[in-house]
Structure formats: structure tokens, C-alpha cells
Design a binder for this molecule. Sequence first.
Ligand code: 5RP
Ligand code: CO
Length: 216
Amino acid sequence: MSTLIAPSILSGDFAHLAKDIEMLNNSDADRIHVDIMDGVFVPNMSFGFPVLKAIKKYASKPLDVHLMIIQPERYISRFKEAGADTLIVHLEACTHLHNTLLAIKKAEMQAGVAINPHTAINNLEAIILEIDQLLIMSVNPGFGGQKLIEPTYRKIELARNLIERSGAKTIIGIDGGVDLTNAPKLIAVGADLLVSGSSIFKSENPIQTIAQLKAL
Ligand SMILES: O=C(CO)[C@H](O)[C@H](O)COP(=O)(O)O
Ligand SMILES: [Co+2]
């Protein structure tokens, strides 16, 4: 299977979102990654339901909604209504992660779990079979445009090993600081999906950058 590419709209032009979504619709992107921040779980805010609904209206690709919010279980049905196809919650934000993942699936979305840089892969042993997308954060969440941290590569290897041992169907996504220089190594050690914001939107030709990532 070729690597899945999920550009992060966080690095788009919020005054012209329709234009950026149209560009992604016409690109090799497989999904659109949408970052929701509450100013509590992370020291930043992005946007909420009305903007997500507007993105859904224009997007022809599935939306992976990355929730950087506390107690995400409060809003599962609202995110479904607003257009999420995959709902990604942070392990660190969920007291009852198993329940939350079952509720996401019951709401007919794919269930994703994101883990912060400090969270070890062995925390996932008991839950991996319920995870459709494991999103390994390669930066501390909250902001685009940061540098990927090196321990990420080892975590991908450990996650790949856990998935194979357990027989899970989980895909491994990497989020933060992904670009054309580090993507080959991320793929080589086991990444299935790459999220990329600034390296795509700040490039001279975003469509071409997406195509180059997809071709790796
Ligand atoms: O979740 C995120 C930030 O918390 C973003 O998805 C991520 O940072 C993507 O942006 P970039 O590729 O610029 O790092
Ligand atoms: Co994200």
C-alpha cells in the first residue's frame, strides 16, 4: 500500500479556506487533517464546529479530525454531525479511552488515538485492537511549523512491532514537522500515513509537494 498523505489545513489560509480545500481536492492527498485545539489541552486555539462544517461542505476527501481537547467524549456526536470521518482523541485526554473508542465507532466514524511525545508505545498494549489510526505526535501538539523530534523513529518501530504481534489492523500516522527530507525514513521504519502542514502550504507549489510526498 502506498503511503497515505493527509495535509493539515491548520497551515492553510483561513481567510480563503475554500481555495485551499479545492487545491487539496485536486491533489494526490488521500485525506484532509483537521486540527481542533481548545486552549486547555494545548496552549493554543484553532476553530470549532462551524468551520469544520464549512470545510466538509467543500472537501471531496475524508476528514481526519485531530482533537487536542480535554474530555473529547463530550462531543462525539457533534463531530460526526459536523463531518468527521475519523475522530482522533488524545490518550492523555481520555480517562476511559476504551469506552470513548467504542462510542466513536458506534457513531460510525473511524477511531484514532494520538499520543504525545512523552507517551510510550507500551501504554497501547491493552487498547491497540480498538485503534484504527494511531497518530504518533512527532512534536509537542499545539502549533504547526515545529521540528520533528528524533525519538519518533524508534516509537514508530515499536508501534509497528506491537501491531504485528497483536494482529491489529491499525495504521500508523505521524504528525508534526514532516517534510520531504525526513519522510523517507519515517516510511522506512513503518509509517503508513504522513500528516504535513507547513511543508506543503509554505512550499512554492503545494500540489507538487503533495505529489512528491505521495511518490516516496
Ligand atoms: O497537530 C498538529 C499540531 O499540533 C498539526 O497537525 C501539525 O503540527 C502539522 O503541522 P506541521 O506539518 O507544520 O508540523
Ligand atoms: Co494534527
